[in-house]
Design a protein around this ligand. Structure first.
Ligand code: S3P
Length: 168
């Protein structure tokens, strides 16, 4: 059985879809933010506040390296900034089929505005932050992805069906 890596911007639905796919397929689900929080005994927001983004990015790389050593099928939901580092892009592509879950700015804004625990989006002018980061990252996501999946306007059942086709 293959592994699948769900990549995309904050609020793209990686964790929700990953959990639903894991339930359907009985494949192990892992979420890199959750694994880092567990390992560090702190919330992502606390890591950013106390140690900074750079330290968090290093934790992400170390986690990907440790996952490479464990040869198993998994559905891996990754933090939206994971592919920013070149070495992470390579590690991700070795871990499984990397699927870029693409959503429009409007969809992302609606989802992230309901949730205040993302340090990169905290504070004023959410729309400006989301626009800038989405623009900066689009090229990186496209470069990292094996497959791009548009999610706007699709039912969750349709997206799950498409993801299951990839796992075959
Ligand atoms: C980040 C995304 C977050 C989390 C951290 C940084 C990013 O994960 O890793 O706040 O740089 O896009 P989600 O994409 O699951 O929100």
């Amino acid at each position: 059985m293959k592994s699948i890596v769900l990549m995309g911007f904050m609020g793209a639905g990686k964790t929700t879809l990953g959990k639903a796919l894991a339930k359907d397929t009985k494949i192990l689900f892992q979420d890199t933010d959750e694994l880092i929080e567990k390992e560090q005994g702190k919330k992502i927001s606390e890591i950013f506040a106390e140690e900074g983004e750079q330290a968090f990015r290093e934790m992400e790389t170390r986690l990907l390296e440790s996952l490479q050593g464990q040869q198993k099928s998994r559905i891996l939901s990754i933090g939206g900034g994971m592919p920013l580092k070149q070495e992470n892009r390579e590690l991700l592509r070795k871990l499984g089929v990397v699927v870029y879950l693409k959503a429009s700015k409007e969809t992302i804004l609606e989802r992230v505005s309901k949730n205040q625990n993302r340090p990169l989006l905290a504070g004023e002018d959410l729309e400006e932050k989301v626009s800038r980061l989405m623009e900066e990252r689009e090229k990186i996501y496209l470069e990292t992805a094996h497959q791009v999946m548009d999610t706007d306007g699709k039912q969750i059942t349709q997206i799950l069906w498409e993801l299951k086709e990839i796992l075959k």
